[in-house]
Write a protein that binds this ligand. Structure first.
Ligand code: ADP
Length: 261
């Protein structure tokens, strides 16, 4: 039937033995790409084979955050070998254009580029394929939900009302198809002052804001990452934070385990 041939053409058909994890957020700047990079390095550190697709075609930032700025190797003009670091392979539009180059493509071109990232990259065997989605409920989000119906969906938000209110929309869209295959990560949850050692809830009016949002959506909170200078500074220099800082590594391991449960 038409339905069956559709299913065969879906992108997840390229990865029959791989768990795909799509990571999205309602708006930009909440740390979605940082979370994607650190989850990838965490899973690789746990012994899994991990790939990452930077699906934020216009707003790519993974090559810089992951410190993987080398050009992928082109094989016979047909397929590419992705760069690899600490057991993580990654492709991004940023591997092919320079950071200042303006990109002005409409939906079908975006769709085509993403499909190539699934089809024409020599990923080898992967246990996990992480997808860093662009923020919001635009074209790419809809395509991802359609093409990857079995993917686990991670919603990243900060405890700030302007962030979690827009993420509810994406969460509702995802929850329609995801059932139990979905969870929330709270980023920049609090800041621990190095003078008084108290937790300061900088972005949250209440410390339960994200929990309340997740309850409303009927989905679990996988864990919380505090606001920490090291996360920003190590990310800026392309150093995998979870391989440098024990405490942050523990936070991410908890999240990975909750997600894999
Ligand atoms: P998004 O992908 O949602 O647009 P990014 O991952 O690019 O967001 O993060 C935005 C900025 O916030 C980056 O400079 C990043 O280093 C910083 N950042 C992300 N998470 C944290 C955190 N937990 N603590 C400190 N800085 C963070």
């Amino acid at each position: 039937t038409a339905n069956e041939s559709n299913t065969e053409q879906r992108w997840e058909g390229f990865f029959p033995n791989t768990k795909v994890i799509a990571i999205g957020s309602g708006k930009g700047g909440v740390g979605k790409s940082t979370v994607t990079a650190n989850l990838a390095f965490t899973l690789a550190n746990m012994g899994y084979k991990v790939g990452v697709i930077d699906a934020d075609i216009y707003g790519f930032s993974l090559p810089r955050i992951m410190g993987m700025t080398e050009q992928p190797e082109l094989i016979d003009g047909k397929s590419i070998n992705p760069p690899e670091k600490n057991g993580v392979k990654m492709v991004s539009m940023g591997s092919f254009v320079n950071e200042e180059q303006p990109l002005a493509w409409r939906g079908p071109v975006l769709h085509g580029i993403l499909e190539q990232f699934f089809r024409d990259v020599n990923w080898g065997e992967l246990d996990y394929l992480l997808l860093d989605m662009p923020p919001g409920t635009g074209d790419v989000a809809l395509t991802v939900f359609q093409q990857l119906p079995k993917a686990y969906f991670v919603l990243v938000t900060t405890p700030q009302a302007t962030a979690y209110n827009v993420s509810i929309r994406l969460g509702l869209l995802a929850a329609q198809t995801k059932k139990d295959n979905i969870g929330v990560i709270e980023n920049m949850a609090y800041f621990i002052c190095d003078k008084c050692s108290e937790k300061h809830y900088i972005f949250g009016d209440t410390k339960d804001a994200v929990k309340n949002m997740a309850d409303k959506l009927g989905i679990p909170v996988l864990g919380s990452i505090p606001l920490r200078t090291e996360i920003r500074s190590l990310s800026d220099s392309g150093t995998p934070v979870v391989l440098e800082n024990e405490e942050i590594a523990e936070d991410y391991k908890t999240i990975a385990n909750n997600m894999l449960e």
